[in-house]
Ligand binder design. Structure first.
Ligand SMILES: CC(=O)SCCNC(=O)CCNC(=O)[C@H](O)C(C)(C)COP(=O)(O)OP(=O)(O)OC[C@H]1O[C@@H](n2cnc3c(N)ncnc32)[C@H](O)[C@@H]1OP(=O)(O)O
Ligand SMILES: CC(=O)C(=O)O
Length: 530
């Protein structure tokens, strides 16, 4: 039995119908090339009749090389009352110069009568005529039966007649669309089975995620005979999105016998997902199954303890199978297993210190109780462990700092920080102005450290977050500051907690510098040892 499933990616078309998703023509080309390399069969690039950017994409795509995928141009059936050869939209589909086109037509009488405002017969006519026209121009035609499931539930005879019209006109594939995303898996299964009995043309599924069932509906459709699935990377798409290919593909290929992409490409899945979110300029969803940063992140002590003994205890697949990785989070839900695992990852040998793991767990829980959070502050966690295990020498110590913020009647604001710091037994006294107090402190600290540690020029602050911990105390509340710093693509997080926002920032800031300097020192020692 042939178990291959055609994967039709519509990230560049339906994906861009999602809120906040937009790509330039060049972005689309970059994504299309990644999708091709990943082994996607069809890449729907956009609607040439919609806007100049999509037209530009098809021009760029016609000059690019795709080794596996077919590029698809998307549009609708012709307008009622106009012959296909006079229809601008259909002519632009032909001119897009792609081997395949996808057109959507109406399946649901409600749409025929209310949206198109034409008769049921006329609708069958425009479906037939549009497909015939495209076939006469040598195109492979994928017919998207819009609102197929809703139409079928309202009037199965008419809805089936629309896809019979498409099949008789030569459509190569008929994709049954759950356009409003409201159909349940058992309904998809029954309807797909019925269509299978009545239509010889290969059928596919295009599902939306309004009931969080985009992936589930695509799976049952495949289990009941669909051989073609449409979806998007990360599930981007109109309203709540489309079938998420990043979940669907491993669900079909790793857990069942269906084949969607070459096996060896599965490890590229996480990279593909993150590449697309990067180009879309959207934060990746950490909780996304398979590819999210938290997909294999273990927090509960019981889980970590078991995973260290056997990963299958709390992992449904090997993270590497999809190019993701296991993470162990450290928090007040940790046990000593979390600490041991994390320490091992950081190259810290806790075993030699015997009881240290238990002490660290206790300290950690106390600190988390005060509002510290180490999950996203691995830099501070490493410093804590080193300090508690006696494996630490300070790079600098604070003698004191003072910050002045002046606001005058013109509205302008001036901030200056002055700092006294001991570095290598020398007292450094530096001052700097900044946009705000933390910026001024950061600059003064850099000034003081630079002559001892010039490498600090290579690190910078990526992100700075403040969280009020006990809101009811208003402006007197404790705050947690999380700082994300980076150097040449490597990043680390640090944390500080205080009732004073400047003090919390100082803790996170100095942890960030200390962590970085310790890492640099370790790299130098490692190089010297070689
Ligand atoms: C289910 C889906 O996702 S379908 C894809 C939806 N995607 C998009 O709409 C994004 C791109 N769309 C666009 O750029 C524009 O809507 C265009 C260029 C296609 C059309 O713009 P306009 O001509 O200004 O029309 P407008 O968007 O207001 O309305 C759509 C028209 O298409 C008609 N139409 C809708 N579906 C079909 C169809 N399958 N076949 C023929 N005509 C259709 C509507 O009846 C309406 O006609 P009317 O102008 O006579 O009322
Ligand atoms: C065609 C399409 O995008 C839909 O029906 O949802």
């Amino acid at each position: 039995m042939d178990t291959s499933i055609q994967i039709f990616d519509t990230t560049l078309r339906d994906g861009t119908q999602g809120e906040k998703v937009a790509f330039s023509a060049e972005d689309k080309l970059r994504i299309a090339q990644q999708l091709d390399a990943f082994g996607i069969d069809y890449i729907e690039g956009g609607w040439p009749g919609s806007n100049p950017r999509d037209m530009e994409f098809f021009e760029l795509a016609s000059e690019a090389t795709f080794n596996h995928a077919k590029i698809v141009a998307f549009g609708s059936t012709c307008r009622a009352g106009s012959a296909p050869e006079d229809d601008r939209n259909l002519n632009l589909l032909v001119e897009a110069d792609t081997p395949a086109v996808a057109i959507f037509g109406k399946s649901w009488l409600l749409h025929v009568e209310k949206a198109l405002q034409i008769s049921a017969e006329e609708n069958l006519g425009i479906i037939r005529d549009s497909i015939r026209f495209l076939k006469e121009h040598g195109k492979e035609v994928i017919y998207d039966a819009e609102h197929f499931f809703d139409g079928y539930k309202a009037n199965p005879e008419y809805t089936l007649a629309t896809i019979e019209a498409a099949a008789s006109a030569g459509a190569d594939t008929i994709a049954l669309c759950d356009t409003n995303g409201g159909t349940l898996p058992h309904e998809v299964a029954e309807i797909v089975m019925d269509v299978q009995e009545k239509i010889d043309t290969p059928i596919g599924i295009h599902a939306h995620n309004d009931c969080e069932l985009g992936v589930a509906n695509a799976i049952v459709a495949v289990q009941n005979g669909c051989v073609h699935v449409q979806g998007t990377v990360n599930g981007y798409g109109e309203r709540c999105g489309n079938t998420n290919l990043c979940s669907l593909i491993p669900n079909l290929q790793l857990k069942q016998d269906f084949r969607c992409i070459p096996d060896e490409n599965m490890e590229q899945l996480t990279a593909l997902s993150r590449f697309v979110s990067e180009v879309a300029n959207l934060n990746p969803d950490i909780r996304q199954p398979y590819v999210g940063r938290s997909a294999f992140a273990h927090k509960g002590g019981i889980h970590v303890s078991a995973v260290m003994k056997n990963e299958e205890t709390y992992e449904h697949i090997r993270p590497h199978a999809v190019g993701n990785q296991r993470r162990v989070l450290v928090s007040d839900l940790s046990g000593k297993s979390n600490i041991n695992y994390k320490a091992e990852q950081l190259g810290l040998e806790l075993d030699q210190y015997g009881e240290h793991a238990k002490e660290i767990v206790q300290k950690l829980k106390q600190l988390e109780n005060k509002g510290y959070q180490f999950e996203a502050a691995e830099g501070s966690f490493e410093l804590l462990v080193k300090k508690m295990t006696g494996d630490w020498e300070e790079f600098f110590t604070l003698e004191g700092f003072r910050i002045i913020v002046e606001k005058n009647v013109s509205g302008s604001c001036r901030t200056e920080a002055s700092l006294r710091l001991k570095v290598n037994d020398q007292l450094e006294h530096c001052a700097a102005e900044g946009n705000g107090p933390v910026h001024a402190l950061d600059k003064a600290l850099r000034k003081a450290l630079h002559k001892f540690y010039p490498e600090i020029n290579d690190m910078h602050l990526n992100d700075y977050k403040v969280r009020v911990l006990n809101e009811k105390d208003g402006t007197g509340a404790d705050v947690r500051v999380l700082i994300d710093s980076a150097e040449h693509g490597k990043s680390w997080g640090t944390v500080g907690v205080s009732h004073n926002i400047i003090d919390a920032s100082w803790q996170a800031l100095t942890d960030s510098f200390s962590y970085y300097l310790a890492r640099q020192q370790k790299e130098v020692h490692q190089k010297e040892a070689i």
